[in-house]
Ligand binder design. Structure first.
Ligand code: 30K
Length: 500
C-alpha cells in the first residue's frame, strides 16, 4: 500500500473550497494510486460526517489527480478534510499510515452569487413586479439584493434599490414603456456580478370608462379604509395612555433594555461620580470575587484573571481590572467612567461588564474573560495562521461593535488592535472605554498639546489637527485596524516617526 499523501493545502473563497496535496513519497511500487477525501463538519471538538449537500468535483473517492473542488459548504461552519491514498493492495495486510493529517477549514461569510431566472409576476400601466431565483442558500449568511433599473435608452438616468427579498416592485413608471433592470446579490463579502439586463414593459394606459358597479365598489372600499384608520387611531391612543399609567418597575438602572439605542450617559453630569457608577453598574460583594493571576497591564493597574461566583449562579471566569492604590484623582475618575460607560452597553462585540467593587480597596472592574487576550499580540503570535476570510470576519465583528457604539453616540477615540480583545472562538470585542479625555497610559498616546495625548498613527487628520473626534474619525481608526489585522499586527506606517 502507498504511504500518506503530503502537505494538504487549501484555498477558500466564500464557501468554495479548493484542496490539493502532494502524492505520497512511497507509491508501493504500483501505478494504481487513487485518493479519497473525507469531510467532517465540526462544532467545537465534536465532528460528524458532512451532509450530502457538500459536493466534490470530480468526486470524493477514486481521485487520480491530487486535487479536488468542494462546493456547498455552509457559511460560519468549521470543517476538517482528510486525504487518504490507496492502491489495489490497500486493505490487505498491515498498512502504513495512509491518511494525511486533516486540515481544519473555518468557513466565514458566503461569497455573493449571480442571480438568475427572472419572472415578471405582475404589471400594470405604472408598475412592474419582478422576482428572481435566490442563489442556493444553505447558510445563514445575510444576502441582500441591489436592483438597478432605467427606461430603455436612458441608461444615464438609473435608479438603484436595495432589497432583502429576491423580488422587487418598481412603481411610478411610464405607461407602455420598456424598462431594463440588472440585479446583483450582496453578502458581507461584498457585491457579486450584475445579472444580464432584463427587459420588461409596462401596460398601455387604462382608458376604459368605469361602470356604475365599479364606482359603488370603490366608494365602499374608501369608506371601509377610513373606518379602519379611525379604529387604529383610537386603539393607539388607548394603548399610549395605558403605557403612561404603568409604573416603572426597574429603578435600579441595571435594565439594559431601557438604554437600547439611547445615547449613553456620561459621568460628567454627576457631582459625585460614585453615584453615577451606582446607576449603571452592579456593586459586587468582594467575597464573590477570587483573583488568580496577573494577565496584563491596564491603564490604572494590573489586570487579573479570576472567578466570580454570584449567589445562586455558577462560577464564571472573569477578568478583573484593578485601580492601583496610588491612584490620582483623574485616574479614579476615568476608572469609574469606564465602568459606567461599559455598564450601559450590551452587544456581542463589546466587552461585557459583570460588575464593580468600589466600596473596598483595591477598586475593581469585573468584565468577561477573553481567552486569547489583546488582538495585536494575538495576531503577532499567530502570524499567517488565519485565512483572509477569518481575518475579515474578525474585522466584521469589530465593525459591528463600533456601529453599536456610534448608534449610542459614543465616540471611542482610541480604536486600535491593542484595545480589541479576542475570545476562544476568535470573536473580537471592543474594550477601553472612558479614555476619551486623556490617553494617560496608552504608550501610543504621544502627541500632546492642550487636552491630552493622541495615538497619532490611529487618528484621523481632523482629530489630530483640531481635536474633532467623531464617529467619522472612529471610522478612520477602523481603517487603520483593518490594516493591522490583515498584516498580522504590523505597526502602522512601519518605522516612520509620528512627525513624518
Ligand atoms: O481577558 C481579558 N478580559 C479583559 C477585559 C482583558 C483586558 C481588559 N482591558 C484591557 C484591554 C487592553 N488595554 C490596552 C491599553 C488595557 C485594558 C478588559 C483581558 C486580557 C488583557 C489584560 C490586559 C491587557 C490586555 C488584555 C487578557 N490578556 C490575556 C492574555 C488574556 N486575557 C488571556 C490570555 C492571555 O494569554 C497571554
Amino acid at each position: 500500500p502507498p504511504s500518506a499523501p503530503r502537505n494538504v493545502s487549501f484555498s477558500l473563497i466564500g464557501t468554495q473550497l479548493n484542496l490539493w496535496w502532494q502524492p505520497p513519497s512511497d507509491h508501493g511500487g504500483r501505478k494504481d494510486l487513487t485518493y479519497t477525501v473525507f469531510c467532517q463538519r465540526c462544532h467545537f471538538l465534536s465532528c460528524e460526517p458532512c451532509e450530502a449537500g457538500v459536493i466534490f468535483s470530480p468526486s470524493a473517492s477514486g481521485l487520480t489527480k491530487p486535487a479536488v473542488d468542494v462546493d456547498g459548504l455552509e457559511a460560519y461552519t468549521n470543517y476538517t478534510f482528510a486525504v487518504e491514498a490507496r492502491n489495489g493492495v490497500s486493505g490487505m495486510g498491515p498498512a502504513p499510515q495512509r491518511t494525511a493529517p486533516a486540515v481544519w477549514v473555518a468557513v466565514g461569510h458566503a461569497a455573493p452569487v449571480t442571480v438568475s431566472q427572472f419572472v415578471l409576476t405582475q404589471r400594470d400601466d405604472s408598475s412592474l413586479s419582478v422576482s428572481w431565483l435566490a442563489p442556493r442558500q444553505r447558510s445563514r449568511t445575510s444576502v441582500e439584493y441591489e436592483v438597478m433599473f432605467f427606461e430603455k435608452g436612458e441608461e444615464a438616468r438609473y435608479t438603484v434599490k436595495h432589497l432583502l427579498e429576491p423580488n422587487v416592485t418598481l412603481t411610478d413608471l411610464q405607461p407602455d414603456t420598456a424598462y431594463l433592470l440588472r440585479v446583483r446579490s450582496i453578502t458581507p463579502l461584498g457585491p457579486g456580478p450584475y445579472s444580464p439586463e432584463q427587459e420588461f414593459r409596462t401596460l398601455p394606459p387604462d382608458t376604459g370608462a368605469l361602470s356604475g358597479g365599479v364606482i359603488v365598489t370603490i366608494i365602499f372600499g374608501v369608506l371601509l379604509f377610513i373606518g379602519l384608520l379611525l379604529g387604529l387611531f383610537i386603539f393607539c391612543r388607548k394603548q399610549g395612555r395605558r403605557r403612561q399609567a404603568r409604573p416603572d418597575y426597574n429603578t435600579s438602572g441595571f435594565d439594559r433594555e431601557k438604554v437600547w439605542l439611547k445615547p449613553y450617559v456620561d459621568l460628567q453630569p454627576y457631582d459625585d461620580p460614585s453615584r453615577g457608577v451606582l446607576e449603571f453598574t452592579k456593586e459586587l460583594n468582594v467575597s464573590c470575587v477570587t483573583m488568580e493571576n496577573v494577565i496584563g497591564e491596564g491603564e490604572f493597574g494590573e489586570v487579573y484573571r479570576g472567578s466570580l461566583r454570584l449567589p445562586g449562579k455558577e462560577r464564571i471566569v472573569v477578568a478583573i481590572k484593578t485601580l492601583k492604590s496610588t491612584y490620582s484623582d483623574s485616574q479614579w475618575w476615568n476608572f469609574l467612567r469606564e465602568a459606567t460607560i461599559m455598564g450601559q452597553f450590551n452587544h456581542p462585540n463589546i466587552v461585557r461588564l459583570e460588575g464593580v467593587v468600589t466600596k473596598r480597596r483595591p477598586m475593581m472592574i469585573i468584565t468577561e474573560y477573553m481567552e486569547n487576550g489583546a488582538l495585536d499580540t494575538f495576531l503577532r503570535e499567530n502570524e499567517e495562521k488565519f485565512s483572509p476570510v477569518q481575518l475579515v470576519s474578525m474585522l466584521q465583528g469589530i465593525a459591528s461593535g463600533m456601529t453599536y457604539l456610534s448608534e449610542h453616540n459614543y465616540v471611542h477615540r482610541d480604536l486600535a488592535a491593542r484595545n480589541i480583545l479576542v475570545t476562544r472562538s476568535l470573536q473580537c470585542k471592543v474594550s477601553d472605554f472612558g479614555l476619551s479625555r486623556i490617553l494617560e497610559n496608552d504608550a501610543e498616546g504621544t502627541y500632546e498639546t492642550k487636552g491630552g495625548k493622541i495615538p497619532i498613527r490611529w487618528t484621523a487628520p481632523e482629530a489630530i489637527a483640531h481635536r474633532i473626534f467623531t464617529s467619522a474619525s472612529d471610522v478612520w481608526s477602523f481603517g487603520i485596524v483593518m490594516w493591522e489585522v490583515l498584516s498580522f499586527g504590523d505597526k502602522p506606517y512601519g518605522n516612520m516617526t509620528n512627525q513624518e
